[in-house]
Write a protein of this length. Structure first.
Length: 741
């Protein structure tokens, strides 16, 4: 692998040859038996062929590509824990850069995993060239989402760390500046996101070293000059605090750490001060071993002890305990005036919080007890143990592109990058741009090809929206969009359109009344709307606006209702007794003088309420019970208290029935039992949200050993709607039983 090739620009210098051989030996030892028998021979063959074809070239810094690959492989092994597949891919990628890559041949020779990693590296490199605006958070996410294998991202980070180490003395200052800037705003945040904090800090510090040379060495010299005194001071500060915390019975450990040069320099720039003006050159961290239910209490207890001992600076209090940061970070930070009037930052947190702070997103989602939003948590939780175990082929392949499986990243024609949930459509994109663009959207172009508003988005798409001024939102659009933002905007637009159309319909109706010289009465009009079969006035005006209801029909009905309500009609002929029909022939009348309580909107003079023990609703068989105060409580026939009331105070029971039907809604509680499953609550609430005239008031579900037992309280109009709802809820996957309580 270290043969001296014919091309002048690829000759090894003696020093390069020696270092390459040393690295080769180190890598052999590190990989041990994981390397296959023919790997070394095959890699040598590929590199030799690349050199002969003129595809191996020193880079802009004059670095030898083969030596650079070996250095990167060493970092990938030592700092990240990658093994055989990744190392082979690193060495091969060097020889394939700039040449036509035969992925199938690589797969046959070295295996599918190696081919997949190389393919990912090539794909990322192509994407990197496509979009120069790489400082955005979305671009970092897009890099991650395009990686077919997590090791691709790790190799990119290891390669950039290696490059940053090698370019210290380069004369190509412009290229050095560009590489350093990318390390700062792209690779360091990537490393941070993946929990590689050591590499992240190295990238940041080297970026400062190369981009702001004087500041770096100024801070470094001052840190070296003060190290011994700083360590001694930390010990003096910690000792009395430790004693007080132990007296309070807290279980904890403490440590002091000096801030990185990058962090100190950022603070100096932000606060516009010199090195001596930075309060917190180092921080004391108190990590409490507390059960989760006592975490906040014990953290505030430690806070109280610290601030009793040392004068706090109230302006420097950071309470991320009560309201954690968006990335899950929880901690209490306070700066206090320690011995010798020196300011010291104290961070107070628990073991769980420290785990989250040190290991980022991974620990956050692990403690949440759910799979991470992006699918990256499992990989993050296991990265070190899995990689260090050396079982590269089995353990790492488990993490293959679960990352960002629920997200897609798309470009605008100008190159701006947006993130959407998987399944989002062109219409989602339009509403993300602006509500006006969404409401006028009639389609779009994806990568220059015309598509409908229903077309789903995929990562890397360039999306353009097509609008028309006469387009209006439609209710079926709610089934097209995926994002809650788009749904909310569509509902608002539909509501505004309906209100506008309703006002126009109302004005039209008033003009018709005026033409017929009729002065409309609001009460009679409301009665007319109900007689026409409408429960909601808005529905009435909507049908008028859509011309589904003839305005002349409305006026004729209005006159009929008005004449009846004002008793303007001739008296109706007297009905004979023979024509009379009993309204409820199934009801058995035991005594002729029994009172029957009729419940409807016209009931007057009778004080009644619906019993809370059984919550009767319209359509339930009911009876009345005369209370001590003289009012009447209405109970269901199958009320749990009915038997006792009949036996002990039967003389208080009166018959009751529902008469007519108003627009009232009644509260019912349903008990739901079934198998616990992800999304079960969403499935239940989704059914209720789609039901017209049913409003959910509360839902309470307890889960134990894979089973759930829930209580759902909703408002319904009558028993028929209740029974229809119960029937639908029973169809939900996992639901075993739905009963009314």
């Amino acid at each position: 692998m270290t043969q001296t090739y014919m091309e002048n620009n690829i000759l090894f210098t003696p020093a390069e040859r020696k270092e390459t051989l040393t690295l080769l030996e180190d890598i052999r030892k590190a990989l041990g038996t994981t390397v296959e028998e023919d790997d070394e021979r095959n890699i040598k063959k590929y590199i030799r062929k690349a050199a002969e074809d003129g595809n191996l070239q020193r880079d802009v810094f004059g670095l030898h590509p083969v030596l650079h690959a070996f250095q990167t492989a060493k970092i990938a092994i030592d700092e990240v824990g990658l093994r055989r597949d990744s190392v082979v891919a690193i060495l091969l990628y060097t020889s394939t850069t700039g040449a036509s890559i035969n992925i199938e041949e690589i797969a046959r020779t070295f295996g599918e995993a190696v081919a997949r990693i190389i393919n990912g590296l090539v794909r990322i490199q192509d994407l990197y060239k496509k979009n120069p605006v790489i400082e955005s958070e979305n671009f970092r996410n897009l890099l991650l989402s395009f990686a077919e294998d997590m090791r691709v991202i790790l190799i990119m980070i290891a390669d950039r760390v290696n490059l940053m180490r090698q370019i210290r003395d380069t004369e190509n200052l412009e290229a050095k500046k560009q590489v350093s800037e990318e390390a700062s705003y792209l690779y360091a945040p990537l490393a941070h996101k993946l929990g590689l904090y050591k590499l992240k800090s190295e990238l940041e510090d080297l970026s400062v070293k190369y981009l702001e040379h004087d500041a770096y060495y100024l801070i470094k010299e001052k840190l070296n000059a003060t190290k011994q005194a700083r360590d001694a001071y930390i010990e003096r500060f910690i000792q009395p605090v430790k004693e007080r915390l132990e007296e309070a019975g807290l279980k904890f450990h403490m440590k002091g750490r000096t801030k990185s040069i990058h962090s100190i320099w950022q603070k100096m720039k932000k606060q516009h001060c010199g090195f001596e003006g930075i309060y917190d050159l180092f921080a004391i961290r108190i990590i409490i071993d507390a059960p989760e239910e006592k975490e906040k209490m014990q953290c505030w207890q430690a806070f109280s002890i610290i601030t009793d001992m040392y004068q706090p600076n109230p302006k420097r209090l950071r309470d991320w305990l009560s309201v954690p940061k968006s990335n899950g970070y929880e901690s209490l930070h306070i700066t206090v005036l320690g011995p010798e009037n020196k300011w010291v930052e104290v961070q107070i947190r628990t073991e769980r919080m420290d785990d989250i702070a040190e290991r980022g997103l991974a620990a956050h989602w692990r403690y949440k007890g759910v799979k991470g939003e992006t699918g990256v948590d499992e990989w993050l939780n296991n990265i070190r143990t899995a990689l260090e175990a050396g079982d590269d082929s089995q353990l790492i392949d488990q993490f293959k592109m679960d990352l960002y499986e629920d997200e897609v990243f798309v470009f605008t024609p100008k190159g701006d990058l947006f993130k959407f949930p998987k399944g989002a459509t062109v219409l989602d994109f339009a509403y993300y741009i602006h509500s006006g663009v969404g409401s006028a959207c009639v389609g779009g172009r994806i990568n220059g090809k015309a598509v409908s508003i229903r077309q789903k988005l995929h990562s890397g798409d360039t999306v353009e929206i097509i609008t028309q001024s006469n387009q209006k939102p439609r209710s079926e659009w709610l089934n097209i969009v995926k994002t809650s933002r788009a749904k909310a905007k569509i509902r608002l637009a539909l509501k505004e359109t309906q209100q506008k159309d309703g006002l126009m319909a109302k004005e039209m109706l008033e003009r018709k009344f005026k033409n017929k010289k009729i002065e409309p009465n609001e009460g009679i009009l409301a009665h007319t709307i109900k007689k026409l079969g409408f429960k909601l006035t808005s529905d009435f005006y909507k049908q008028l606006a859509e011309e589904k209801l003839d305005v002349n029909t409305v006026i004729e009905k209005y006159i009929e209702v008005r004449d009846y309500d004002l008793n303007l009609n001739a008296p109706a002929p007297t009905r004979s007794a023979e024509e009379f029909n009993f309204e409820n022939p199934e009801e058995k009348i035991e005594r002729a003088n029994d009172d029957v309580l009729v419940i409807d909107n016209s009931l007057k003079g009778v004080d009644y309420t619906l019993a809370k023990c059984c919550h009767p609703i319209y359509g339930d068989p009911i009876f009345g019970f005369v209370t001590v105060s003289g009012g009447i409580k209405i109970h269901r026939m199958n009320c749990p208290n009915a038997k006792n009331m009949r036996e002990r105070t039967g003389y208080r029971i009166v018959k009751a029935r529902w008469s007519g039907k108003g627009s009232s809604q009644y509260s019912i509680t349903l008990r739901i039992i079934g198998n616990d499953d992800i999304g079960i609550v969403n499935n239940i609430t989704s059914i209720i949200s789609k039901e017209e005239k049913i409003m959910m008031r509360s839902i309470n579900i307890d889960s134990n050993d894979g089973l759930f037992n829930g209580y759902l309280t909703v408002m319904v109009e009558d028993t028929s709607r209740m029974e229809a709802l119960i029937k639908k809820l029973r169809t939900v996957k996992g639901v075993k039983q739905v009963t009314r309580t």
